[in-house]
Design a protein around this ligand. Sequence first.
Ligand code: SF4
Ligand code: SF4
Length: 377
Amino acid sequence: MANVYNWQLGRDMFYPYEAPRPRRQFAAVFDTNKCIACQTCTIACKNAWTSGHGQEYMFWNNVETKPWGFYPLGWDVRLLERLGVQEWEGDVYRGKTIFEAAPPGEVALGIMPEREDWSYPNIGEDEVSAPVQQGQYIRLPHQPWMFYLQRICNHCTYPACLAGCPRKAIYKRPEDGIVLVDQIRCRGYQECIRACPYKKVMFNEALGKTQKCIGCYPKVEQGLQPECVVTCIGKIRLMGFVSTPDRAREDNPIDYLVHVRKVALPLYPQFGTEPNVYYIPPVNVPTSFTTMLFGPRAEEAVKTYLKAAREGDQTLIGLLMLFGSTPFIIHRFKVKDGFAYGYNERGVELVKVPIKEPVHVRPFYDERHQVYRFSVT
Ligand code: SF4
Ligand code: SF4
């Protein structure tokens, strides 16, 4: 066992290996408030990567409705129950991680889904937390509530799947932190499936191997954002690279959201894998629930997000406008004079987006064509 520092927990923790951080770390930010659960991301990923034999049931990207959606069934609640009390003291996690709570002889506290648990990717879709009573009206947070949770592999800094594999068939790439299963070494023992707390490794019965989200690494290698990001209808996603807090750069879009403004938070940081997909929490959900999912900063993140909209915070709003604006990875950004700019690694401008979209009002009567216009939208 090695002692490693997990900045999301604010403390050292046990991890089964010495785990040097990659030269840079794949990361993404998802704004839960903008998702419409159209599942375009899910299908884009499926078409790209999981259309083969043995992959029929696989969704490396899925979008589930919380609180009743799960893929696979009960993936998080079953583990949370076994993990016991998850206490925070300020920003420091005092409970146990899945590595610290591992039963004797195992590297991580895990659960193994049954085959059938993967059969209901749409369960709970659009269901609210409680029945809507007559006469109820909408306030923030909502009394009955729900929100969409978009899930891919987190390409964790301390991957439980990697730790769990007795064949050492899983590796984390030093150049970008993407976590992959070596399809030649894998013998299908499925210990990675048991260990991954997010249940983002899946078994291919036709091949007898486990498979998982590959972070669209062939695209990332060419400076492009993954399929689920560029196809997103709601423009809720941004992929880039995250630094550790001590190396955070204000002009790195992911660092700005995660470290500088702290509006984007990891999912279930208490598991201890240091996941690298970050979420802007939903504004309509009670704090007790968002704190359980995103840690003790959830309430503050929602306040910052709402305040930015209320007060017209140009930098934060400008950066959010860059989500879904270009297929290329934005390494640096700038907001100036009503426009947000995204740049690649060499500083070349990739995209320029107005913070406020111009509105064109067309006259009711078109003189040139001598026709009346009807408002149909
Ligand atoms: S989310 Fe699961 S599969 Fe992905 S790196 Fe983390 S532990 Fe491994
Ligand atoms: S494509 Fe975007 S808006 Fe549609 S479900 Fe996926 S994350 Fe949500």
